[in-house]
Design a protein around this ligand. Structure first.
Ligand SMILES: C=CC1=C(C)c2cc3[nH]c(cc4nc(cc5[nH]c(cc1n2)c(C)c5CCC(=O)O)C(CCC(=O)O)=C4C)c(C)c3C=C
Ligand SMILES: [Fe+2]
Ligand SMILES: [Fe+2]
Length: 352
């Protein structure tokens, strides 16, 4: 008797969970991916979000046997409450969700409209941690018949802690599928003219609304631990190149536009100069008026709305500063959507 295998496709057996038939082939799924965010500010959702995020070995590289006792014994017993209180300060109460989710949804919906002429492209948006999960969105796209997926990690500067782990998660989702789609990933865009130009226009138009002219504009990027950069993560170079190009485009001096790194976590050294220490230094040196922009964040989020617009402002003013402005991220503004649409169309070449 011939041997039969569970993988034989001729039999009329029901498809196992996680498998899909194609309604019509040659559809392309375009998935925007951002970092992720908690479902609520209470202890439970904060704990679940932080556990998923901080269990990622791309984010915390310590051996698990060292990290897990610290994570479960210390971090997850204290940080959910502390971070939850900070999220509560910036929560979108109308939609009962974090601003990061609101803006990422806005980017997805607006991109779908902008790409309306591409009838074989289905646009969606997902998170690396939390909801909507990368896996649920991949399954949705595949069930719609997408046999190709273009994933768009919404990080202008590459880091293994963000871009690479977003792509890891996509491939983890594909591992569950018998018939996996072909995939492409949008490369980092830290030096793309369309991105630099969008940032410059956004900065110029925001500064024009202020009742003061900043003496210094601080480009504050999320940090990473210094050892990650020392071992070859190109993130710092990408950030510094964005600032250099932005300076060139705006015609500003090195003293007018400076780069700093924010959001330190844990005891090790992170990329320097630190944003909070720079706020203090500028205030103490007699600088009275500054503006802060966050070119590395495609959406405003806790790190920009709480840590910069609130905390950094307080530090600067406490140190003697007088005027402070936070320049919003590109979000789903026309300038921001121009960047996303241009890169998406370029990376879809040959598929549409
Ligand atoms: C070791 C820890 C962390 C690394 C490395 C890290 C890198 C990194 N993160 C972003 C972007 C975002 N981070 C956000 C929040 C956030 N980041 C960390 C830790 C690390 N990030 C934590 C613990 C948190 C949660 C908030 C808190 O408890 O402080 C967010 C905002 C999410 C939101 O819901 O608003 C973004 C965006 C980048 C770009 C990056 C490395 C390049
Ligand atoms: Fe972070
Ligand atoms: Fe922070």
């Amino acid at each position: 008797m011939p041997m039969t295998f569970a993988t034989d496709t001729k039999a009329e057996a029901p498809l196992p969970a996680g498998s899909f038939t194609y309604n019509s082939p040659d559809k392309v799924g375009l998935m925007l991916v951002n970092l992720g965010t908690p479902d609520g500010t209470e202890y439970g959702p904060m704990w679940r979000y932080l556990r998923e995020f901080l269990s990622d070995p791309r984010v915390i590289e310590l051996p698990r046997w060292i990290w897990y006792p610290i994570l479960y014994g210390l971090v997850l017993t204290t940080r959910p409450r502390k971070s939850g209180a900070n999220y509560a300060k910036i929560w979108n109460r109308e939609k009962d969700e974090s601003p990061l989710r609101t803006y990422t949804r806005g980017q997805g919906e607006k991109l779908a409209v902008r790409l309306g002429d591409l009838t074989n492209v289905s646009v969606d948006w997902a998170m690396r941690y939390g909801n909507p999960s990368t896996r649920s969105v991949v399954e949705k796209l595949v069930s719609k018949g997408c046999d190709r997926i273009l994933t768009f990690p919404l990080y202008p500067q590459y880091s293994a802690t963000t871009t690479a782990t977003a792509n890891d998660q996509l491939f983890r989702a594909l591992m569950k599928l018998r018939r996996a789609p072909a995939v492409r990933s949008v490369p980092p865009y830290y030096a793309e003219p369309v991105y630099i130009d969008a940032l410059a226009r956004s900065i110029e138009s925001h500064l024009a609304t202020l009742d003061f002219e900043p003496e210094v504009v601080v480009a504050s990027y999320h940090g990473i631990p210094k050892p990650y950069a020392d071992k070859g993560d190109p993130y710092q170079q990408h950030c510094l190149e964005t600032t250099r190009l932005l300076r060139q485009r705006l015609g500003w001096s090195e003293a007018k536009l400076i780069s700093t790194f924010q959001s330190r976590f844990g005891a090790q050294e992170w990329l320097q100069p630190y944003t909070d220490k720079t706020m203090e230094r500028l205030g103490k040196e007699g600088v009275k008026r500054i503006a802060v922009v966050n070119p590395g964040f495609s959406s405003d989020c806790i790190e920009t709305l709480e840590e910069i617009a609130q905390e950094a402002q307080e530090i600067f003013k406490h140190a003697g500063g007088e005027k402070f402005a936070h320049i919003p991220c590109l979000n789903d503004s026309p300038e921001g959507m121009e960047v996303i649409e241009t890169l998406a169309r370029r990376e879809l070449a040959g598929w549409i």
